[in-house]
Design a protein around this ligand. Sequence first.
Ligand code: KG4
Ligand code: ZN
Length: 339
Amino acid sequence: MVVLGIETSCDETSVAIVRDDRKILAHKIWSQTEDHAIFKGVVPEIAARAHMKILPKMVEQALNEAQLTPREIHGIAVTAGPGLIGGVIVGVMYAKGLSLSWNKPLLGVNHLAGHILSSRLVEEISFPYLCLLVSGGHSQTLYVKGINQVEILGETLDDAAGEAFDKGAKILGLPHPGGPHLERLAAQGDPEAISFPTPLQKSPQSMNFSFSGLKTSLLRATQKQESSHKDLAASYQKALIAHLSRQVGKAISCCKANQRPLKTFTVVGGVAANQSLSKKLLNLSESANLRFQKLPLDLCTDNAAMIAWAGIEGFKADISSTPSLNPRPRWPLTERFFA
Ligand code: KG4
Ligand code: ZN
């Protein structure tokens, strides 16, 4: 089975063609970062127009790269939410058009389900597994039991992990999206220079996340002008990662205490690209006797290969969408993976 995937929910336009033996036959990602740079954030209207302009060309390029004709494609999978609604509408409408003109089935995929199933695109991982989803909009520790079956063990009470990186980067005067910039600056500084408070200290049982206090502490420390930006970045990143690791550690202990089956731990979403985070989570996994999966960088951040793969999982389970598929700006993962 070969599926074409389309992703347009934020500021990456991406088209991929993936085969059910996990081979990525074509993968195109166009990042709009430069279009939004002067606004220091993603402008939804600009994003939607840019997706619309480039999408047809990217589908053509992906087919060429895979050396396939539309006839050889089994179906079309498209991100139908959650995300910036203008972009999601562009993707869904374009996918509907392709589905009609190629006469192929259509499947609306939850973007977050795309991220969590990307682990199974990389290698054969059986359910259940523990998944830390850390992106620009979400931070959740998930016990993934199957398609349409996830249990949220922990989630953020305020900012998402990616937002914590981005807002911290902004305080330090770095460009948007700040995560990768902050990681590069942090590599030059001393992570022990400044000590940050431990979030949610008053709730020792909580497996949730809270990043806004750390961000405020960074702002105060920056305003004091006593430390270099390098040291601030390194210490802030260390505090973010320590918090993520501590809370995931509790989730692992909770699964073990309840004798729930657990062999593999995966980290997905844009923040999974952070090398210090994956090092820390690898150590955590080793000490808990779990296999740790680190995704290749281009599968951490938004991409269409994960959407095509989720499509394969859905089509194989005989799920498909009707032509009345509706884009959904909000769409909790616990409802269902496909629209
Ligand atoms: O999954 P993603 O590409 O888009 C969403 O669905 O949100 O995640 C984007 C987020 C941004 O906040 C970005 O700053 C963050 O992932 N990010 C990183 C790194 N690379 C991307 N954060 C920390 N370190 C990185 N290397
Ligand atoms: Zn994402």
